[in-house]
Design a protein around this ligand. Structure first.
Ligand SMILES: Cc1cc2nc3c(=O)[nH]c(=O)nc-3n(C[C@H](O)[C@H](O)[C@H](O)COP(=O)(O)OP(=O)(O)OC[C@H]3O[C@@H](n4cnc5c(N)ncnc54)[C@H](O)[C@@H]3O)c2cc1C
Length: 495
């Protein structure tokens, strides 16, 4: 295990304490081993996640880089035998960008997978992939043969099995979450057996593992659907925020729309009053697609404007102007689907050791979008948090996973806050989160589970009505409770 610098963690009001100094940057290079740090004084190993606020003691943290096959399975089994015999937990993670220790087993065995194996089957329109492969590696493998991931997040740093285990969504439309694009996977389960799960084989375990936060086993490989890469061009439509729900639904009725997202203005003066809808359609010319690029000049320019918004209401208005006026003028050229999704998280990193970027995400039916705006207007501007961005996406029905956040089609609102690394800011964030969840579940919506563990137990059970059923099924597949992390410890273990 390497020692890496990491963010400080909270001690008391106003205090920011660095364990090893400096700040942890998300490992855009998957060969980095994540966020563990060994404290020589106490002999403890702490593992953290991208929030920098989840430092949790673990028994050990190991990287497994083996290719698919017996050697990888043997290593996973050996770790399981050791953990089980000592009554300790196991949990596998990839980029550890979940923000509430959802990939950290307290006092247990943390495993990070690091292997980018991808094998595309062009005839079947699928690819076989190592569970630890990152989307950057998958795009690098599919792009030269003319294909693209069907559904992934808006950034390319995350692991493919992680994406399935949080059942993440992206902005390609009109798809459901990523789990909808998974045909099958191989997983090492509690007794050490390797089982293949699909919609026809071990179907209950398939559904339980989709969005099941690694609580059912260790996914070693997956078979996932892909779709052709395309040259796409954007269309920008500006509107009043209250018009966004119906406008988004109307845009999705056009089968040519391949990717779509929205934005709302975030300055406090006119908070959430204006919206922008961006839709991408294929161009007439689909020949000679250029290789997938990374962050373009526009993304890098956008980072500066994005960060300059901190504490600066005028800059928030300037950013809205660049997005609604300058962006359409400068960024309206055609690009490829793969280039659009090949964006690393680090592009927007704040590089400030005293602050951390915290995401929230809420899901509401398009017909309740206006009510959603009202909830946000009542809650967010009253907090101390610096609200930097909201992106709106579409997520189609997920009727398969137990912890589904989209039992009906929903608009996803991904919110980005910059939070001070202080106890006071943390308490304010917790209060704001609970107020938002009360309002949003009150209009039939849901919140997303990979972020900070601020919701109350009652809010969790209200937003995820099948949680107790999930916990009971997990116990039947994992009677020794070998697979655990903070999502289990904090919310599911008592159900
Ligand atoms: C900047 C940013 C942008 C984001 N954008 C989006 C977005 O557009 N859409 C969206 O839906 N979400 C988004 N998210 C949330 C993101 O999808 C989750 O945080 C996801 O977990 C990140 O992947 P990871 O590799 O970091 O997962 P990790 O945190 O490493 O793991 C997540 C979960 O998967 C489990 N797991 C991982 N690998 C395995 C395995 N091999 N076997 C069994 N279980 C496993 C872990 O135990 C854990 O419970 C974003 C997050 C950030 C920080």
């Amino acid at each position: 295990m390497n020692k890496v610098s990491r963010r400080g963690f909270l001690l008391g009001t106003g205090a920011v304490v660095g364990v090893a100094g400096g700040k942890y940057l998300a490992p855009s290079n998957p060969s980095l081993d994540g966020v563990s740090v060994h404290l020589a004084k106490t002999g403890e190993t702490l593992l953290n996640d991208a929030s920098g606020l989840s430092a949790t003691p673990v028994h050990k943290h190991i990287m497994l880089r083996e290719d698919l096959g017996e050697s990888l399975i043997a290593k996973v089994r050996a770790e399981m035998v050791e953990a089980k015999s000592a009554g300790r937990a196991i949990n596998v993670g990839a980029a550890r960008h979940s923000m509430g220790a959802q990939a950290i087993p307290r006092d247990g065995h943390a495993i990070t997978f690091d292997n980018g194996f991808v094998d595309a089957d062009l005839g079947a329109g699928t690819y076989k992939v190592h569970g630890g492969a990152r989307w950057s590696q998958i795009i690098a493998a599919l792009d030269p043969v003319g294909w693209s991931p069907k559904v992934m997040q808006s950034n390319n740093d995350f692991g493919v099995a992680s994406t399935f285990c949080v059942n993440a969504h992206g902005w390609p439309v009109p798809h459901g979450p990523m789990g909808a694009t998974v045909r099958s996977f191989d997983m090492v389960v509690e007794d050490g057996a390797v089982v293949t799960c699909s919609r026809t084989q071990n179907a209950e375990l398939f559904n339980l593992t989709m969005g099941g936060y690694g609580l059912t086993g260790v996914i070693v490989s997956m078979e996932v659907e892909m779709e052709p890469n395309l040259r796409l061009e954007p269309n920008f439509a500006q509107m009043e925020a209250v018009q966004f729900g119906p406008a988004f639904e109307a845009a999705l009725a056009d089968p040519d729309v391949n990717m779509a997202y929205g934005r709302l203005n975030v300055d406090r003066g006119r908070f959430f009053e204006e919206a922008l809808l961006i839709t991408y359609r294929p161009t007439a010319d689909q020949s000679d697609l250029p290789a997938a690029a990374g962050s373009g000049v526009m993304s890098k320019l956008a980072r500066h404007i994005y960060r300059a918004q901190l504490g600066n209401e005028r800059m928030k208005r300037t950013r809205w102007w660049t997005e609604t006026g300058l962006g359409p003028m400068l960024g309206s050229g055609a690009t490829t689907r793969n280039t659009l999704i090949n964006e690393p998280v680090v592009t927007l990193d704040d590089r400030d050791p005293n602050r951390t970027d915290i995401l929230h995400e809420y899901f509401v039916a398009p017909s309740r979008f206006e009510a959603f705006l009202d909830v946000c207007r009542a809650v967010i501007p009253n907090s101390y948090q610096e609200f930097l961005n909201v992106t709106l996406r579409f997520v189609n029905t997920d009727a398969e996973s137990y912890l589904s956040y989209a039992p009906v089609p929903r608009i996803a609102a991904v919110m980005s806050f910059s939070q001070e690394m202080t106890a006071r800011a943390e308490a304010d964030m917790a209060r704001m989160t609970r107020d938002l969840i009360d309002g949003i579940t009150g209009i039939g919506g849901t919140y997303y589970l990979p972020y900070r563990p601020h919701p109350t137990q009652a809010q969790f059970e209200r937003a995820y009505p099948r949680a107790a059923e999930f916990a009971a099924a997990k116990r039947s597949f994992d009677p020794s409770l070998t697979f655990r992390n903070n999502l289990w410890d904090q919310y599911l273990g008592t159900l």
